[in-house]
Structure formats: C-alpha cells, structure tokens
Design a protein around this ligand. Structure first.
Ligand code: S3P
Length: 441
C-alpha cells in the first residue's frame, strides 16, 4: 500500500454523525494508573494507537500483565509498589512525549537504572524539562547532551518532596511531578500554569491524597505519598484533538453539518471551540454529562457562512495546544488578519509546528508573518486553489497532526496534493482516513 496520499478533489457537503477514537491523554493515563492499582482495572474504548500501545508495552516490561480484547482492555495491577525492575531495562516511549515524560515520574524510586529511548522525533524533544525537577526529589539522570533521549534514570530510595514551579503550561511536566509526588513521603507542592488537568481529576476520582487550589492563571497542587490505588474501570470518551480535524473541515464547508458523539469536553481541552466560536463558527455541545470527574458531550458543528479573523488571547493557548495547526486553516479563510502569540511551545511538539504551519499556509498562497513564538495569518475568504497547483508535504518527522492538517487543507481548499507518510496517523488516530472516506459517501 502506498504511503503517500494523493488528493485531487475537494470534499462535497455532508450531513453526518461520526465517532472518533478514545482520548489519547486519558488512555495513557488510564494505563499508568491501572498499572499501579490493587487488582484488575478494565477500560472500554481505549485508544488503540501506537502511543497507547507503547504505554502498554512499557508497563508490561515493568512486570504488569495486560489482556487486550476487541472491546475491552484489562490491566492486572499489583499495587503502587508492584513494578518489577529487571536489570538493564530499556523502555521505549516511541513517539509519545506524554508516555516518556509521565513514566519518568513513576520510575524515580527504581532500584535499577532504566534507559528511556524514543523515536527520531521524540529524540529531538526536551527531556531536561522533566529531569531537572525530578532530580530535586533525589533521582539522578544522564541525558544525551544534557537534554535529550536516550536518557538513563537512576532511582533513589531516599526521596524528598519538592516545591516546583511549572511555568510552561505543560501538562506533561506537571503530571510527571504529580506521579513522582505520589511516590514520595511528605507533601510535594506544585504551582502550575493552567494546562490539561486529567491527571489531577483522575487522582481525585481515585481519592488519592491530592488537593488542588484553582487560580486564574496558575493552580496549586499538593500531593502526598500514595499508599493504595483502587482499580479503575473507565469508558474512555472520544478525543477532542482528533475531533478537531472534522470540526474544522465542517466549519470550512458552508452547507455541511456534523455531529461527533461522546467527546471529552474537559474545560482545559476545549480552547478550539472557544477560538472557532469567536471566529464565527457555529458549534454546540449536546447531551452534556459528567463522567468520573470529566465531562463529555456530543459536538454539533455546522458550516460557517462568515468567518472573521481573531487576535487570539494567549490564555486560550494551553486549551488548544494540539489544535493550532487546524485552527490556522480557519484563519486562512477568515476575513482579516489573525494573530496568535506566545506559542513557542508549538515548536516543541512532534515536529516544529509553527514552522510547519508557515509552510502549509505558504503552499495555500496565504501570507503569514511568523516568529519563533507567533504567527500572523492574512486570511482570504475566497481561498480556492487551482487544480494544477501541486503541493507535496513530506519530511515533517512523521508528525501525525501535520499529516491530518494537510488532508483537511486539501479537502477544503483544492489543488493537487501528495501527502507523504500516511503511517504517521497510527500514533493517535489510525482510522482517520476511514472516517474521511465515510464523509465522502
Ligand atoms: C499532553 C500534554 C500536551 C499535549 C500532548 C498531550 C498530555 O503536551 O501537547 O499532546 O497528555 O499531558 P505538553 O504538556 O508538552 O504541553
């Protein structure tokens, strides 16, 4: 099968109901919490993607049994101290920053050194941002060039609690420290810039000794040593970050309508909805429900008639951090100049995404002014590429979100596209192209 996807035609209007796979952040967190529980935890709708399978492989290496069936995944936890640390253990986080960073928090008391490796993309990403605070607990690290994978973690049995200021708005850093705090006597205190709060909500749901004081820009989290974690049966709601591609496709298609079923709408994740609504999109949540500390709903989107530019308030950034590439496609078609700032973190993702945004928009003939941490997009409401405009997207470190954004751009704006590395979607959204095909029927 070809690894290049060729698109020559825009998509026609649709009126559909779809379901996207389980949330990636929740799936990885469920695997990690369940691996520490006393007994058998079950998950339904666990995301079956490479990132989550890497998490499953990681805990298997730590001696935890897992059974995956079509509809259900079972993890046989052996308690908070149930990991088996073999000599010369290597854990491969593959493409997953979330797995790589979160699991380090759980390994800080390992009696054996453990090597952490990742793929080409993950090996370019900053791990010092977690090894620095984790070292303060008493753990030691050796990183390649003091910053990158492969790294070695040398756990300690004499951990001390820490005070930590997380000011990047990184949920991965915050969660890694929460996990480390769960292993440490005393109270670990984290002041964290707002970011997705699934780890905190799951900890609360599991009645772990955590307290959260929610401020406007920062939260204060206190976590004490955890003695026992109860089993966690979880029906994972669908991923809003995966939904985002279809939300944008619908917004860009005047006479279309889409319902996406049962999506996690945690307030720390719905930045895309707030941003697109400000730009004139018509999106509503239906059948809102609370679920084990999280919120879920069906999302209804209709094609927008008039899109307007946005000067995007930076406080919305962390809630939309994985969605900016597709959000920029909406800005490309909006009337006026959109401005997105304080987005340096985008260049720390699976690929340098601000740079890729600039490249994709340039291919579309859309003017941008891009800096290291901001982008101005000169929108064109009549954006429409000629059939003979050829665009090739390749060498993007197989960043799944670059691939999917390119597909949405091709289907929305026309032109003839060759989009390489189709396999990139396997990290987060293996049936993405199947859903696109369903929308075409
Ligand atoms: C994630 C946090 C975010 C996000 C990533 C998933 C998580 O990364 O980009 O896709 O599950 O905690 P940062 O914490 O680096 O912002």
């Amino acid at each position: 099968m070809s690894k290049i996807v060729n698109i020559k035609n825009k998509i026609k209007n649709f009126k559909k109901i779809i379901t996207v796979p389980g949330d990636k952040s929740l799936s990885i967190r469920w695997v990690l919490f369940a691996s520490l529980a006393n007994g058998t935890s079950k998950a339904k709708n666990l995301l079956m993607s490479e990132d989550v399978l890497a998490a499953i492989k990681a805990i298997k290496k730590l001696g935890i049994k897992i059974v995956i069936k079509k509809k259900e995944c079972k993890i046989f936890g052996k308690g908070i101290d149930g990991y088996k640390y073999k000599k010369n253990l290597t854990i491969d986080a593959q493409n997953s920053g979330t797995l790589g960073r979160l699991i380090l928090g759980l390994l800080i008391n390992s009696p054996e050194p453990i090597k952490l490796v990742g793929d080409k993309s993950l090996s370019k990403r900053d791990f010092k941002r977690v090894s620095d605070p984790l070292s303060k607990f008493g753990t030691k690290f050796k990183l390649r060039d003091n910053k990158f994978l492969p790294l070695k973690i040398y756990g300690s049995s004499k951990l001390k609690p820490i005070k930590y200021l997380e000011n990047k708005g990184s949920a991965q850093c915050k969660s890694s420290i929460i996990f480390a705090g769960m292993r440490t006597y005393g109270t670990t205190i984290i002041k964290a810039k707002k970011s997705r709060n699934h780890t905190e909500l799951l900890s609360k749901h599991l009645k772990l000794p955590i307290s959260i004081k929610s401020g406007k820009k920062f939260d204060e989290i206190k976590i004490k040593k955890v003695k026992k974690i109860n089993t966690l049966n979880y029906d994972i709601p669908s991923d809003i970050s995966s939904s985002a591609f279809f939300i944008v496709l619908t917004v860009l298609l005047k006479n279309s309508e889409l319902i996406i079923k049962n999506v996690n709408i945690n307030p720390s994740r719905v930045g895309i909805i707030t941003i697109l609504k400000k730009m004139g999109a018509d999106i509503i949540f239906k059948k809102i429900k609370n679920y084990k500390g999280e919120k879920k709903a069906d999302i209804k989107v209709v094609g927008a008639k008039n899109l307007k530019a946005i000067n995007c308030p930076p406080h919305l950034n962390s809630g939309a951090i994985d969605e900016f590439l597709v959000i920029f496609l909406v800005a490309a078609k909006a009337k006026g100049v959109s401005y997105f700032k304080n987005l340096g973190e985008l260049n720390h993702k699976e690929s340098p995404r601000l740079k890729w945004a600039e490249k994709i928009l340039k291919n579309l003939g859309v003017r941008t002014i891009t800096t290291n941490d901001s982008i101005k997009i000169y929108g064109n409401p009549n954006l429409n590429l000629k059939f003979n405009k050829k665009i090739t997207i390749k060498n993007y470190l197989k960043d799944h979100r670059v691939f999917m954004t390119s597909i949405i751009a091709a289907l929305s704006f026309g032109g003839t596209w060759n989009i390489h590395d189709k396999d990139s979607i396997n990290t987060s959204f293996p049936n993405f192209l199947k859903i696109i095909d369903d929308l075409k029927k």
